[in-house]
Design a protein around this ligand. Structure first.
Ligand code: NLE
Ligand code: FE2
Length: 326
């Protein structure tokens, strides 16, 4: 321990968990959750499909071997994978005008024109990462599957999005409980290209650095009900901005069907809402706008974090600095 660290520990009052200080240290943030694995979960649609499981393993290894700064290896997707993508792409695209928020629709058009988004081929993460970097400074890095909330949120602090590269099993295209590249590409990417949404995502990440386990749980829940399943209002109508909705033909319709419960987004209550991640949600939260969600989040974080110092992100060096204790 250096003297600075000892002083720091005295100020903080507990031994805070390690967190990355520079974007390259995200190479250490690849703790994966063994959940929804086709190898372990007999309910997974790929459980009895040996070839699918081998494919998943090969693609997961790309992520395990990946180091910050490298180009993301390209995948030659199979005909079946492209068919699954095309199916979801067409279905979702048909719902966009009536179900997606304006920001999403605006970027989706650009992705179609400039970034190879089309039903007959799956865009490569490396190309999409370049697109995002120009739009909002976000970049992608390949992830083998679901990461721990702590690792996942830490990446957001650096405007890095941990992104799966495999495709869901072809037998269940309209809803998947786990992320896959269809979910990332159709759900997350369009919103991550939006400046305000990128800012919101990064601020959740920055707040999570060095947080306690209880706080991580709350940030992960907030993330769930905003970035994954968030709704907003446009001209008095509900629209989706959450990625879990915008990549699931089934759930996107369900969320706006008038059946599920819809609560106002309030960080204090949203952060403690219970949820399951197996099936469609029963409750969603609606913010006026993404901007409004960000402002509420800021107020909530500055009022209630246990962290006794501020963390500032330096975009010139892609690192964080600890500012004077508060
Ligand atoms: N339910 C989403 C989909 O089918 O694309 C994935 C959600 C991942 C959290
Ligand atoms: Fe997601």
């Amino acid at each position: 321990l250096t003297r600075m660290e000892i002083v720091h520990e005295e100020i903080v009052g507990f031994k805070e968990p390690w967190y990355p200080r520079h974007v390259s240290e995200l190479d250490n943030c690849n703790h994966i959750l063994t959940k929804f694995e086709p190898d372990l979960d007999y309910a997974h649609p790929g459980f009895n499909d040996k070839e699918y499981r081998r494919r998943r393993e090969r693609i997961a290894n790309i992520a395990f071997e990946y180091k910050h700064g490298e180009a993301i290896p390209r995948i030659q997707y199979t005909e079946e994978e492209v068919r699954t993508w095309g199916h979801v792409f067409r279905q979702i695209e048909s719902l966009l005008p009536s179900h997606a928020c304006e920001q999403y629709n605006r970027v989706f058009k650009v992705l179609r024109e400039e970034c190879g988004y089309a039903p007959d081929s799956i865009p490569q993460l490396q190309d999409v990462s370049g697109f995002l970097q120009r739009r909002s400074g976000f970049r992608l890095r390949p992830a083998a599957g679901l990461l721990t909330a702590r690792d996942f949120l830490a990446s957001l602090a650096y405007r890095v999005f941990q992104c799966t590269q495999y495709v869901r099993h072809g037998s269940a295209p309209d809803h998947s409980p786990e992320p896959d590249c269809i979910h990332e590409l159709l759900g997350h990417v369009p919103m991550l290209a939006d400046q305000e949404f990128a800012q919101f995502s990064q601020e959740i990440g920055l707040a999570s650095l060095g947080a306690t386990d209880e706080e991580i749980e709350k940030f992960a829940t907030l993330y769930w009900f905003t970035v994954e399943f968030g709704l907003c209002k446009e001209n008095g109508q509900l629209r989706a901005y959450g990625a879990g909705l915008l990549s699931s033909y089934g759930e996107l319709q369900h969320a706006l069907s008038g059946r599920p419960q819809i609560n106002d987004f309030e960080p204090g209550s949203t952060a403690v809402q219970e949820y399951q991640d197996q099936d469609f949600q029963d409750v969603y939260f609606v913010a006026d706008t993404v901007r409004d969600a960000l402002e509420k989040f800021r107020r909530w974080v500055s009022a209630g974090l246990s962290r006794r110092y501020e963390i500032a992100y330096d975009p010139y060096t892609s690192s964080v600095r600890v500012l004077d204790s508060i």
